[in-house]
Design a protein around this ligand. Sequence first.
Ligand code: SF4
Length: 238
Amino acid sequence: MDDEALVRLARDLGASDAAAVAAASIVVDDALAGRCAPVACPFYGRSAGCPPHVSGPYAFRSWLKAFSTGLVIRIDVPAALLRTGRCETHFRRLHCIAAAVERQAAARGTGNAMAFAGGACKQLFCAGDPDCAVIAHGAPCRHPDCARPSMSGFGVDVARLMAAAGWTFTPLTAASRPANAPTAPICALVLVGRLTAGPRPRQSFANIHEHLGGIFPVNEFPPAGVLDCRSLVVNSSG
Ligand code: SF4
């Protein structure tokens, strides 16, 4: 399955759009990763997919040297849903699509693949659990088929990522007028392609990435819950 087929797969699974960009064009900014901090985010430190449990911008930059392509996946979410905090289904779908594309990319046998998505997996998948199984018990992730690390913790510049994909990115803010911004994008990224020269990337989120495989249940996304995702509005794409 080539990159174009992976793009089609993402669209077929429900993405609003997807595009392949050169891994070298992906911008990582330490300051963006720094926004993941106690108080600023209620999910900081609460899952293996968020800081300080991910290896951050330094490691991500090394991965960018090892992969050739980034597959950018976008879902346009009604702005009203983001404002009212009923967008968790969209974020879960985003994670599931990214994980499915990652599996297919890895299965083609030419290299490796690593998926990242917007939103904190503790909120999206384990809100009903007291802790993260990975960091609390050293156990496998409860949702390896879908949950992926948040791009925010690695400092991925989503605005520039979307520009590289050829999309216009208008972040949703309190001042946004509904008529001008009926939807807001949320994004995922899958690093794919034949590994180039250099060390093989170390998986920072091994308990999830090591559980690849199985059949992706296209029509069986995790059920909608009653999670409040209003905290994701400002940082909805990271
Ligand atoms: S068990 Fe998995 S999905 Fe749940 S919080 Fe931990 S890493 Fe995230």
